[in-house]
Design a protein around this ligand. Structure first.
Ligand SMILES: Cc1ncc(COP(=O)(O)OP(=O)(O)O)c(N)n1
Ligand SMILES: Cc1nc(C(=O)O)sc1CCOP(=O)(O)O
Ligand SMILES: [Mg+2]
Length: 205
């Protein structure tokens, strides 16, 4: 399986509506602390927009709603993994991405045969407080060495200047939140991300 090299992460369907039509092909809905009814409404709206634009939709954390709404992927962290019904996710035909931050988490992730593994934070992130020091590019390359053909997602502190570094050190895909959503012109920044990742999009598998 191949992932688009540009992985946008946003916290509402409004962002999906704004940015996916520009040409985003892989987007995660990462909604925190909102009622289940709103989460489901945003997933449904995003699903419709993504289907219209040929974009894969990943749902973070809310795996039951993702199954119910027929999404493409679920993303789970290690704690989420404890509570989720992986058989139901697989049975629903959804793919699974898993966060990792150290070797033990990587072993745990690989034990459930994920469709991608994420390593973070590669660089310092302002989005959330993290207990791990920035992983760096050498560690990213070590992760790829260990996981082989399973796609590797780099996340944490990525910006336009850091894309080439992660994609030449083993990442198949660069995930981003604030470099786009806190940019003064998110649409323009999204266009730049699409252009900056284009040579990996076109590279032979
Ligand atoms: C692509 C990607 N990588 C990592 C994460 C983080 O997931 P998690 O550790 O469960 O933390 P929260 O995002 O739920 O706060 C992610 N969402 N996406
Ligand atoms: C949500 C998330 N998870 C991470 C991890 O390391 O698991 S880093 C991160 C934040 C990514 O946001 P930004 O692109 O703004 O740094
Ligand atoms: Mg989570």
């Amino acid at each position: 399986m191949r992932l688009d090299p540009f992985y946008l992460i946003v916290d509402s369907a409004h962002w999906v509506e704004r940015l996916v039509p520009i040409g985003v092909k892989l987007v995660q809905l990462r909604i925190k602390e909102r009622p289940d009814s709103e989460v489901r409404r945003d997933i449904r709206t995003s699903r419709t927009i993504c289907a219209r634009h040929g974009c894969q939709l990943v749902v973070n954390d809310h795996w039951r709603a993702a199954i119910d709404e027929g999404c493409d992927f679920v993303h789970l962290g290690q704690e989420d993994l404890e509570r989720a019904d992986l058989a139901a996710i697989r049975g629903g035909g959804l793919k699974l991405g898993i966060s990792t931050h150290d070797e033990a988490e990587l072993d745990r992730a690989l034990s459930v045969a994920p469709d991608y593994v994420a390593l973070g934070p590669v660089y310092p992130t302002v989005l959330k407080k993290m207990q791990w020091a920035p992983q760096g590019l050498v560690r990213l390359a070590a992760w790829k060495e260990k996981i082989g053909s399973t796609p590797l997602v780099a996340i944490g502190g990525l910006n336009l200047e850091r894309i080439d570094g992660v994609l030449t050190h083993g990442a198949d895909c660069a995930a981003v939140v604030t470099d786009i959503t806190r940019n003064q012109d998110p649409e323009d920044r999204t266009r730049h991300w699409i252009a900056a990742t284009s040579r990996w999009r076109m590279a032979p598998a």
